[in-house]
Design a protein around this ligand. Structure first.
Ligand SMILES: [Zn+2]
Ligand SMILES: [Zn+2]
Length: 236
C-alpha cells in the first residue's frame, strides 16, 4: 500500500492538470491563473467609500442604505468590483472546481490588507449550508481564508459559525431589505475561541452586506469585540 499511494496521488494530480490546466483566466495564454497584465487591469473599488458598507460614495459619508441600518458588522471592505476577470475567477473557483485559484485570490486579499490594514486577530470564513457544502465539496470562502491566513500570519477559525438554512437565490430576494430579512438569523455561533477577539470575516462577494451582517450578529452574540468583513469583490 505504501508504494501504491504516491503513485495514485501522482495519477490524480496528472488527471487534475488535464482537467484544470493552469492558464490565465483573463488571457488564456499565460501559465499563471491571473497573469501580471490582467492583475493590473482588475477593476478596483475606489474611494471615497461609505465608511460602513464600503460602497463608493462621493460624499465619503454613510450611504442611504446604511443610514437606517442598525448593522452588527462594523465595516465591510472589498478590493475589487465584481466584474471582468475577478468575476470570472470567483465563478470558476465556486462552480468550476478551480480550487487552485484560491491561492491567487488570497494573494490579492493579502496585498489589499497590507495596503489597507484592518484590525483583525482571527479570520473566520462565511460558511456554506451543509447541503451546499455536500454538493460543492468545499467552501470557497474557507479556501480563501486558509490561504490568506498563511500569507497574513493570522489564525483561521473555521466551523465556528454554522448556517441554519441555505442562501436563497438572488432572484428571490430583490431588495436590500428583503435580502437582510432573508438572511437574518441564518447563522449561529457557539465557539468560545472568538470571545473578546477582533474578527475578520472572509467571503468571496458582497452584495448588500446582509450575509456578513447576519454572521456578525451571531459572532457578537458569542462575544466578539469587533467584526469586519473582507470580500474579494463587491457588486456595485
Ligand atoms: Zn493573462
Ligand atoms: Zn453604506
Amino acid at each position: 500500500m505504501v508504494t501504491v499511494l504516491p503513485q495514485a496521488a501522482k495519477l490524480k494530480r496528472a488527471a487534475l492538470d488535464l482537467l484544470f490546466p493552469k492558464w490565465c483566466v483573463g488571457c488564456d495564454r499565460e501559465r499563471e491563473l491571473i497573469c501580471r497584465s490582467y492583475r493590473e487591469r482588475l477593476v478596483r473599488v475606489r474611494p471615497p467609500l461609505c465608511p460602513q458598507c464600503g460602497k463608493p460614495q462621493s460624499t465619503g459619508k454613510l450611504c442611504s442604505g446604511c443610514l437606517n441600518w442598525q448593522a452588527a458588522i462594523d465595516v465591510i471592505r472589498s478590493p475589487f468590483q465584481f466584474e471582468g476577470v475577478i468575476r470570472e475567477a470567483i465563478l470558476q473557483l465556486k462552480y468550476r472546481n478551480l480550487r487552485a485559484l484560491s491561492e491567487t485570490l488570497a494573494e490579492l486579499l493579502s496585498d489589499y490588507l497590507t495596503a489597507h490594514p484592518i484590525p483583525a486577530e482571527v479570520l473566520v470564513p462565511v460558511p456554506l449550508h451543509r447541503k451546499r457544502l455536500r454538493e460543492r465539496g468545499y467552501n470557497q470562502s474557507s479556501l480563501l481564508a486558509q490561504k490568506l491566513a498563511k500569507l497574513a500570519s493570522l489564525p483561521v477559525v473555521d466551523n465556528s459559525l454554522s448556517r441554519q438554512r441555505p442562501a436563497l437565490p438572488q432572484a428571490q430576494s430583490k431588495t436590500v431589505a428583503e435580502r437582510r430579512n432573508n438572511v437574518a438569523g441564518a447563522f449561529t455561533c457557539c465557539d468560545q475561541r472568538l470571545k473578546d477577539r477582533q474578527i475578520l470575516l472572509i467571503d468571496d462577494v458582497a452584495t448588500s452586506g446582509a450575509t456578513l451582517n447576519a454572521c456578525a450578529v451571531s459572532l457578537k452574540a458569542a462575544g466578539a469585540t469587533s467584526v469586519w468583513g473582507l470580500t474579494l469583490a463587491r457588486e456595485i
